[in-house]
Design a protein around this ligand. Structure first.
Ligand SMILES: NC(=O)c1ccc[n+]([C@@H]2O[C@H](COP(=O)([O-])OP(=O)(O)OC[C@H]3O[C@@H](n4cnc5c(N)ncnc54)[C@H](OP(=O)(O)O)[C@@H]3O)[C@@H](O)[C@H]2O)c1
Length: 294
């Protein structure tokens, strides 16, 4: 199978490269410098020349707060550019696997969201990603995977921010009234590669990384894990606060847990277990920080 990965330098893109490197597939991995997905003619020429069987789109505008100011750019990358990939996929006869977000929901539910539940994003990022789902659905063969709270050893994410903050601060206040599901980008990458092989029917599927929790719970697990890994890591004390005490430019859904059962029944793919991946990722992040301070 020839698999093309866009946004290859992001956290999902890097994990996809790691997963595919260990398998017997041809990988065409392109970051923004090699392929800006907002450039329609370039995308078409590149896909025509490379003839992939599957395109996995890991490229996105992911700055949730900044998107409130840069609405046009968010839509350009998260929606119009996905249309470019859909068109190029059609011309090349490729399957488009596109990644979307739990932030397409408004968070008013108190039970895990199913693929058929009504969408109603509360911010510009979620709106742009929802429009991207519609663009991806223009591909004759498309699989759209919504995921949530992605973390990894790569790029920037909540886990890496917490590990670094914990090194500088003795106490921290963390939001406790937003509930979601941390998802290890490596688990998501493995699931996407399985989808590239299994190719279930066109549509939207949910994938996330295990049991749900608040940001406060997630931070607590990160700090406890770092403390277990390294006796040098002084675990900070943390206090729960409501979102109202940590105002951000973008509103976020209070509850965005995704129900992953459709992916189990249609493709045999189970969600990950973020508590298992946590130790490995924290070990890598702490080692990288040690190296950078050496
Ligand atoms: N992170 C989360 O918590 C989260 C939660 C739910 C869903 N998701 C979705 O999961 C997917 C992967 O997210 P991620 O966390 O891996 O994101 P990420 O680390 O921010 O990576 C996104 C990548 O896309 C690249 N990119 C941006 N604009 C581009 C363009 N015009 N052309 C080509 N590449 C471009 C970025 O390049 P630069 O580095 O040059 O900017 C970056 O390498 C996205 O679809 C995201 O919406 C993420």
């Amino acid at each position: 199978m020839r698999v093309m990965v866009t946004g290859a330098n992001g956290q999902l893109g890097k994990c996809l490269q790691d997963v595919i490197a260990g398998l017997d597939h041809e990988l065409i991995a392109v970051g923004r410098n090699e392929l800006d997905i907002t450039n329609a003619s370039l995308v078409k020429r590149f896909v025509d020349a490379q003839t992939p069987d599957v395109i996995i789109n890991a490229a996105a505008y992911t700055a949730v707060d900044r998107a409130e100011e840069e609405v046009e750019l968010a839509f350009k990358v998260n929606a119009q550019a996905v249309g470019n990939l859909a068109e190029a996929s059609n011309a090349a006869g490729a399957v488009l696997i596109h990644v979307s977000t739990d932030y397409v929901f408004d968070g008013s539910s108190r039970t895990p969201y199913k693929e058929t539940d009504s969408v109603n994003p509360v911010g510009a990022y979620g709106e742009s990603k929802l429009e991207g789902e519609r663009e991806a659905a223009q591909a004759q063969r498309h699989i759209i995977v919504r995921t949530a709270w992605v973390f990894s050893e790569y790029g920037s994410n909540f886990l890496k921010t917490m590990v670094k903050l914990g090194l500088r601060r003795q106490s921290l206040s963390i939001v406790d009234d937003q509930i979601g599901t941390p998802t290890y980008a490596g688990d998501l990458a493995s699931a996407l590669v399985c989808l590239a092989l299994n190719r279930p029917a066109n549509g939207v599927y949910h994938f996330c990384g295990g049991d749900s929790c608040s940001w406060y719970d997630f931070a607590g697990a990160i700090f406890d894990t770092c403390g277990e890994i390294s006796s040098k890591y002084a675990v900070p004390s943390i206090s729960p606060i409501p979102s109202a005490e940590y105002p951000t430019p973008a509103r976020r859904p209070e509850y965005s847990v995704l129900d992953g059962s459709l992916l189990v029944s249609k493709a045999g793919i189970r969600g990950g277990d973020w508590r298992v991946s946590l130790r490995d990722v924290c070990t890598k992040v702490l080692a990288e920080l040690d190296d950078s301070q050496a």
